[in-house]
Design a protein around this ligand. Sequence first.
Ligand SMILES: [Zn+2]
Length: 451
Amino acid sequence: MQAFVAHRVVTSDGIRPAAILVEGERIQAVVPPDQISSGYKIHDFGDAVILPGLVDSHVHINDPGRAEWEGFEMATRAAAAGGYTMLVDMPVNCLPATSTTAALQAKRAAAYGRCRVDWAAWGGVVHDNQSDIEALAAAGVRGFKCFLIDPGIDGFTMVNEQQLRLALPHVARTGLPLLVHAELPGPVDRATAALTNADWSRYSTYLDSRPDEAELAAIRLMLALCREYRFRLHIVHLSTGRALPELRAARAEGLAVSVETCPHYLHLRAEEIPMGATLSKCAPPIRSHENCEKLWQGLGDKTIDLVVTDHSPCPPGMKRLAEGDFRTAWGGIASLSVALPLMWTEASQRGFTLVDLAQWMAAGPARLSGCDNRKGRIAAGFEADFVVFDADREFIVTEDKLHYRHAVSPYLGETLRGVVKATYLRGNPVFTEGEFPGEPRGHEYAAERSR
Ligand SMILES: [Zn+2]
């Protein structure tokens, strides 16, 4: 029996001095600090904050098949160092892609015994796997992911509207969410064709090639299909603030639509990305300063439900750093180790609190991935997943703070607010002051696992 004590514990009711009483892997009760009965091993974190272990429902682990990009061991280490206790893996970058139950079993084999935090899988909806969708749901995926535009990776195909219409009745029957990369190829192809002679070492060229209209058209299509097929729609990595009014209206209409964005859209600005700085390439793209502020307003008025990393590493060579070519560089930003301080740096300046962060980065993603009966909150009955966060200290992002397979990042050299001191997974330390104690204890989240 353990008691985790701090002056600031982030519960769903607010921030207060508390002791979290833990028996085995679960929280028994949250009590005032002076009400710890005897028999508890006390961990007193003083002025540091205890937040619920973060849940990231948008991570590309690349395993099996592309573990040289980053596999389960390194991704879950980076997660533990960043305060995450649960990752949900995208079906895209692994080989085979997670679009059949056989591929899901291959992923389970790759993950077994190698994870420092808990994990679960999204299944893929690709051009020809409509008949696999319900079997994937029965086998334990938390929901589905599809691309409306070519993802640019071998092994995972996009879906057009016709293919989507074949898949959606199956998706709707599962009751699970469909996560959609919402950009349509038409506006991107037209914009790119007009840029043949442009300078692709400039970020503005890349931004021009992926206009807001590509996202807006895709979101309009998905909202119409949601109205028709009545499935749970989730828009991943919203980048354009211009879609917010329509998303707000769709929710007011009663459609089951949720929305996420990512730390890079909330922290980086197109105007400030230097020539050739391909570490900041992702899709949809990072847009203007003004757009960034609209996304923050979307979080403030709750049109955007959650914040996830879209952690998507690759070998440094694929970022084409020498050439600085935004056309050929791999799109993807790794941020598991620093997402919480990135978010706190920006959020605290805007008057948001650690309760907001816990909502966006723990409870929200837990709800999306259907593990919100055990993950994402500090409350009795929940798993004892915590991050101990020194919210007042600043640090400079250096390579030794990035626990990725490849320590590259657009954030190197930045001063950020908030230091992850320790992460606990089901009552056990998985990260403490730069170390990863013990053997990997993470396992796949299984809905049927009894309490
Ligand atoms: Zn992604």
